[in-house]
Design a protein around this ligand. Sequence first.
Ligand code: ASP
Length: 308
Amino acid sequence: MKPFSIAIHGGAGEVLAKNLNPDQQKEYHDALSKAVDMGYAVLEKGGTALDAVEAAVVDLENCPLFNAARGAVFNSDGKHELDAAIMDGKTLGAGAICGVSSVKNPVKLARKVMTDSQHVFLAGAGAAKFAKANGIEFEKDEYFFTQLRFDQLQEARATGQVALDHVKKFGTVGAVALDVHGNLAAATSTGGMTNKMPGRVGDAPLIGAGTYANNKTCAVSATGHGEYMIRAVIGHLISSMMEFGGMPLDAAADRAVNQVLKQLGGEGGGVIAVDQQGNVAMPFNTEGMFRACRTSAGRVEIKMFGDY
Ligand code: ASP
């Protein structure tokens, strides 16, 4: 049988056992387990990597625990500005959106951009117009409100910070997959960073930075301080280390996260990545990263803390 694999993340940062009580740990564990199983179920039935990553990311977007769609963080104006991207490793087709509000599942809109427009990346009002014309579901502001994110904004405003030093639980979501047809795909969705400037766009929707897939090499979804992911062009960097440097997936992903990103400074982060053989790498240089994977070779992991 041909191998297939999926890996997901729910954000990297100061994910420490002392910051999450046992009930919260269980909530995160169950949410990760559900999302990875949803993606895996698609692959198990012979479905595509694109459908698998979309299914997993939609599930995480619908979960208020994560900083994507429903649980998205607030910008400095107290608004949500959502970013997302999806990429097909077979065709190098990609779709991305940024700065949209009210779209229930930004990853679905990103996929529509990929399949139903002549473009790769739509922003703000234009992306919303395209969403409306293409039957994408919208939700009212209340749907996206969570007390935790609102409180984080008040604290961030009070201290003038973007994100919070002591709550570096960024919470972006992403998925990468290899299907039985040998195709790779990646998807990422985020509300960005708490108290970000209106109009700020992170790495998640930038093809090659937070999201990248190429059948020649790997599929990557990143999470962490976007400004640094963008400078490192981290997704494409990992792919290039494999394609032109002959490195295996785990070494390339580890070098990108633990050397290149660290040397750039910033608050760090991590990636999830899968290659053509179904190997999964999930390195991070923060205290923890919400992550899970399931492979046809029998690897099953659901983790959040720094035990990798
Ligand atoms: N990378 C995201 C951003 O900078 C944040 C995160 O991963 O949590 O927008």
